[in-house]
Design a protein around this ligand. Sequence first.
Ligand SMILES: Cc1cc2nc3c(=O)[nH]c(=O)nc-3n(C[C@H](O)[C@H](O)[C@H](O)COP(=O)(O)O)c2cc1C
Length: 203
Amino acid sequence: MSLSRNEVVLWLHNVSSLDLWGPPVSETWPRLRGRERDGWRPASVRSFSAPPAASQIQQLLDNAYGWSGVRPVPSAGALYPLRFFVASIGGAPALGSVRRATTLNQEQACALDRAFFNQVAGPSVLIVAQASMDRPVRRYGARAYRYALLEAGHWAQEAIRFAAEVGLRSCPLGAFDDVAVSTILGNASGWTLPLYGLALGEA
Ligand SMILES: Cc1cc2nc3c(=O)[nH]c(=O)nc-3n(C[C@H](O)[C@H](O)[C@H](O)COP(=O)(O)O)c2cc1C
């Protein structure tokens, strides 16, 4: 029996769902008042004129996910399963090694760009967030998949916000060849899932 794409998505949603009588929702949940915001998120950009400086990428990696204490993003069970890969694409000069991420070499970066369907033009840096699923799956079963997606979204929002603060533009990328990206990142057989890309550069 072959399943349509929609059926697979619904199946994933169902197997990871709680029953209808799951955790109670408080009726007295306090109304949250938004903080005054400095500005709007700038529109996504897919064509870049210059890559980010290595120091900006480093700052983003250090700050968007946080690595100790109370982090900028929440994580189910505080497992923090995301790991990051960075690649210089579109003719951007090679990034040296950075903390908190694995830097891909030029050949891998070209392959990664292709696996993201060459959606981005111009010199830029592509960060890929990948989830290590071992611990989350042990704790949450199939629901870990849902949590990983949500957590990647938390990270991406924080990274986009940080990028805007340092004058960079970005584009989140969810369309990519999963198998190809997994293979490039060297995880063809592991419990790891590439979930989200974020292209960054100067507009
Ligand atoms: C989960 C997700 C996946 C996305 N994937 C892509 C993508 O693969 N390629 C792309 O060009 N934009 C992608 N985007 C960006 C959206 O197209 C963009 O945010 C939307 O058109 C609104 O435009 P704005 O960000 O400029 O306000 C994605 C956005 C989200 C939230």
